[in-house]
Design a protein around this ligand. Sequence first.
Ligand SMILES: [Mn+2]
Length: 313
Amino acid sequence: MDFDVFNGDADGILSLVQLRLSDPRDAELVTGRKRDINLLDRVHAGAGDRVTVLDISMRSNEADLRRILDAGASVQYFDHHNSGEGVEHEALDAHINTASEICTAVLVDRFLDGAHRSWTIAGCYGDNFPEMAERLAQGRDLPLSNLRELGEMVNYNGYGGSEADLHFHPADLYREMAGFPTPMAFLSSKPDVIQKLTDGYYDDFVFADQSKVLISEPTGEIRVLPDAAASRRVSGMFGNQLAQENPERAHAILTAQNDGFLVSIRAPLSRRFGADMLALQFETGGGRAAAAGINHLPESDLDRFLEAFRIAF
Ligand SMILES: [Mn+2]
């Protein structure tokens, strides 16, 4: 039996599209939201089975990878995330490269000698590597704005609080695109797929833009999004857009959830620190200096958060 295990974002999906054009298999698809990266725990493979893994960290899946290899399956693994110590096994064929300019679509492109380059380019755009996309496109007459839109919309589709929030289950989105020799062929044959995503994206942004402003000062802005699928799909990208528009400002996006909020914090783009120190003042907070979050901020802690945000930025 074959298993294709892939991140449900653009890089994962478009890597698999490439790989299966060259090596078609009728595999069981194992995927989920962009943030669902512990996918190998769903794979129960045994002797003679073939498992392909795309765009999920080997570090996060190490114990299950060992279990699968020890059970006698062979594994082919492509990824660009932190791999930890890595795993050595004669039945493991690993293509890992954590260089900051590389995404999984590029690793698959190299493995296939660029056989499906236009899919790679869409994958690079979707994983936020536009320079790499343009480098790979040099000397080719490709509709880059269409490839960019496709990559970005497939990436957008991976965000949500649960799979029910997504416009397409990532396995279904893969099936829509699978087998098309190029993204251009896919886009002209099934225009309704990209249309659904671009419409959804636009509607979500309009929805987010109408959200309540809790604090708006030269140094920082805090927005509150309602408890809704649209909020959960778009909150991260909405926060990034606010940051781009006001690089001197810190931002916090609060998305309502049962009796509290999911919080995402962005330090000002011009001074990228302080977000983690703010988040760590709350029980479920964590993250990096430039971008951090709080998994659950109880309603009763809201005033304390507003005060701490003002002091932090
Ligand atoms: Mn990736």
